[in-house]
Design a protein. Sequence first.
Length: 72
Amino acid sequence: MPVRDLPPVSHLTEQQQRGWHCVRCRAPLSPGSDIDLGEKRVTPPDGAAYSWFPRACADGAACRVREVGASS
């Protein structure tokens, strides 16, 4: 599976940052329906560094369909 760039953490909801929803299409995730993208660290210009935990849908094709539908 090709790796896609992650959206900027500042554009994500809390649910996406915590790995509860897909980082791309915002769909709720459950065990087995997701891919762990690993812990990421960010240092905002005006605050302390913190970790975030992105996850994505395991079904990439369905995710892209939802992602396109959400941006329309």
